[in-house]
Design a protein around this ligand. Structure first.
Ligand SMILES: [Zn+2]
Length: 215
């Protein structure tokens, strides 16, 4: 079922479409029909017109949402991490080396409706990039394409603070970065605690002092 925000956004997109493409004498009627639809009717209408599919939303222009396509694996991506609410992929036209996108799995149209886990996940990926690629700083910026709200995580490097230009990254570069970033952190072996003689004696004394356990 569509959320209230999705209903609002889809209706607004449909009305825009009607305004732009319907004959003058049919516009008002079409707009009033759209406005009168409840969430269920709107969903039916969108499914019948192939504007929506069960696992993701297509925009009213008929194009599949690019981020939903990435989430559902219809578009090849360079994934670096994933949790239940979002995935992190490398931007193929990055502003800087390691520019990543956090894509909520649900087609969420604004930042307020975004699950908290997504923001948390963004911070986690941001510190991952910081520790592996050693940029001077990381910029996090949200953006919205075809109604799908995402976070951009953009590393800023010393001497290359100007982020005005996007450059396509080569598949080789992306695979290399994916390997660096998707690699699991080495598991730290817990250090064996050294016990001093004093402690052993203390333990021994404590045990002696304990009353005998009755079975
Ligand atoms: Zn989407």
């Amino acid at each position: 079922m569509l959320t209230d925000e999705q209903v609002e956004s889809m209706k607004a997109q449909l009305i825009k479409q009607v305004e732009a493409s319907f004959p003058e004498d049919k516009k008002d009627f079409a707009v009033s029909q759209i406005e009168a639809m409840d969430a269920e009717q709107l969903e039916d209408f969108l499914i019948k017109n192939n504007l929506i599919r069960k696992d993701g939303i297509t925009s009213v222009s008929g194009q599949q949402c690019v981020f939903c396509s990435i989430v559902f694996g219809d578009i090849k991506s360079y994934k670096i991490a994933e949790n239940s609410k979002a995935i992190a992929v490398l931007e193929i036209n990055p502003l800087s080396k390691g520019h990543a996108m956090i894509i909520p799995k649900e087609h969420t149209t604004n930042e307020k409706a975004m699950p908290k886990e997504v923001a948390k996940f963004s911070k986690k990926i941001s510190s991952l990039i910081k520790s592996r690629l050693k940029p001077k700083e990381i910029k996090i910026a949200s953006s919205n394409v075809m109604g799908h709200q995402i976070f951009n995580i953009v590393p800023v490097y010393e001497g290359r603070e100007n982020l005005a230009e996007r450059k396509p990254a080569s598949p080789e570069e992306l695979v290399e970065l994916q390997e660096i970033l998707a690699k699991k952190a080495p598991v730290k072996k817990p250090r064996e605690k050294k016990i001093t003689v004093k402690e052993i004696v203390k333990k021994f004394e404590e045990n002696l002092w304990l009353p005998k356990r009755i079975p």
